[in-house]
Design a protein around this ligand. Structure first.
Ligand SMILES: NC(=O)c1ccc[n+]([C@@H]2O[C@H](COP(=O)([O-])OP(=O)(O)OC[C@H]3O[C@@H](n4cnc5c(N)ncnc54)[C@H](OP(=O)(O)O)[C@@H]3O)[C@@H](O)[C@H]2O)c1
Length: 397
């Protein structure tokens, strides 16, 4: 461990992505406070090597072994160690960093993030899919190792700041807000023609492709409800979603005396990332400042579960427990990927997830008790998703 005056060492899993780059941007502004230990990517070797050199990382890893030669070549002469493949990814997560930013997208983040949790690191958790796929397993591992999990998702960062741990018995309701995404006001029958480039054009946030599509279906909010359920140990019936198109109020906690405590900020991920980097302190974030007088008013509405069936499916998976959320997440990853490749239509995403969940109910996959269990359920759901897809591909755009 570092002493209090030495820079904190940070590893960034998913360094080349939207969250990873924002994290490095913040770290680079306060070099006396942070240093970079390990950085990882999937196959974006040259960009990863540039980041590793720029921030003085000691270890850079690509998940895809085919990208190793490019990484090695791009790091030549730098003295930075290169690695590739799943074991190297886990090694990057377990290098002795004080904080690990878990910002790989999807279930691919499970094994390395869990390894960092088991090491007892402070985890800055952007990868919500970890808690969706294996929430009980993660939270148990954190309790056992003493790992501290700090949320990066803006809504969970808001709840973390609004929720008084001494008052959990007095909480009535925890609400996550949602922008409603780019299709909030589209006529429902037009959604059939929604194209990937329209789905990733989020009105308020700049994010990676997968989470942007998840925001357009509102699956993202469903995944976030499941994440909140595990992270804050809140019962499903006490969790709520409210559509708030301005994305200024990110979440709030209602207490039984009628008080509601909320967190507000401009929609810029550098605010919650900065909070997680510095907690329990705060650091400067170069974000626009909130001007409520200029905004004038904020609006809220209930989510439309007919327009956004993915949110309904995620709520159902959270309520039914067992392996349903693992299945939901895996089927969604497959469907979103196909949509981004223009191979299925936008409404097919939810339909494929629903088809796979129906099969899970028949087969009854239970709550994953180990990483292997979670990966096995995840694989099963991906296979079933691939099996139900051909019928939808017939209608491809
Ligand atoms: N973006 C946001 O504003 C935001 C907000 C809240 C939560 N989150 C969550 O944060 C996570 C990251 O989101 P993002 O938007 O930053 O995603 P992104 O821009 O797509 O970046 C994903 C990162 O993960 C790496 N990666 C992709 N597939 C991988 C694999 N199979 N194995 C190992 N690494 C892999 C990518 O490497 P390559 O560059 O090589 O592909 C990249 O570094 C997601 O779980 C998302 O839900 C994001």
């Amino acid at each position: 461990m570092t002493t209090s005056n030495a820079p904190q060492r940070i590893s960034i899993l998913g360094a080349t992505g939207s969250i990873g780059l924002n994290t490095l941007d913040l770290i680079g502004r306060v070099p006396d406070r942070y240093s970079v230990e390990a950085v990882t990517a999937n196959r974006n070797a040259v960009a990863l090597a540039d980041l590793a050199r720029k921030h003085g990382a000691t270890f850079a890893v690509v998940a895809d072994p085919d990208a190793y030669a490019d990484l090695k070549a791009a790091l030549a002469g730098s003295g930075i160690e290169a690695g590739a493949g799943p074991e190297a990814l886990v090694e990057a997560a377990t290098r002795p960093a004080d904080r690990v930013m878990a910002a790989i997208v999807g279930a691919a983040g499970l094994a390395p993030t869990l390894a960092a949790v088991r090491r007892g690191a402070t985890i800055l958790l952007a990868n919500k899919e970890c808690l969706v796929s294996a929430g009980a397993l993660f939270m148990n591992a954190a309790r056992q190792s003493g790992a501290c999990i700090l949320p990066v998702d803006s809504e969970h960062s808001a709840i973390f700041q609004a929720l008084d741990p001494a008052q959990t018995k007095n909480i009535e309701r925890v609400t996550l807000t949602a922008s409603g995404g780019p299709f909030r006001t589209w006529p429902v029958d037009r959604l059939t023609d929604a194209r990937p480039e329209e789905a990733v054009r989020h009105p308020n946030w700049s994010m990676g492709a997968k989470i942007s599509v998840d925001s357009a279906t509102m699956m993202n909010k469903g995944l976030e409800l499941i994440e909140a359920h595990h992270l804050f140990d809140i019962a499903p019936e006490c969790l709520d979603v409210l559509v708030h198109p301005e994305s200024i109020v990110h979440g709030f906690v209602a207490y039984r005396d009628g008080s509601v405590v909320a967190q507000l900020s401009e929609p810029d991920m550098r605010t919650p990332i900065a909070y997680s980097l510095a907690w329990p302190d705060r650091i400067e974030a170069p974000t626009p400042r909130l001007d409520l007088a200029a905004l004038g008013k904020l609006t809220f509405e209930k989510p439309d579960l007919e327009r956004f069936p993915a949110l309904r499916l995620a709520i159902g998976a959270m309520e039914s427990g067992g392996g349903a959320a693992t299945v939901l997440n895996a089927a969604n990853e497959i469907a979103v990927n196909l949509f981004l490749q223009n191979r299925i239509r936008f409404p097919d995403i939810s339909q494929i997830v629903e088809d796979v969940l129906e099969k899970q109910i028949l087969e009854g996959a239970g709550e994953p008790a180990s990483l292997e269990d979670a990966l096995e359920i995840d694989r099963w759901a991906r296979d079933v998703a691939h099996a139900v897809i051909p019928e939808r591909l017939d209608r491809a755009v």
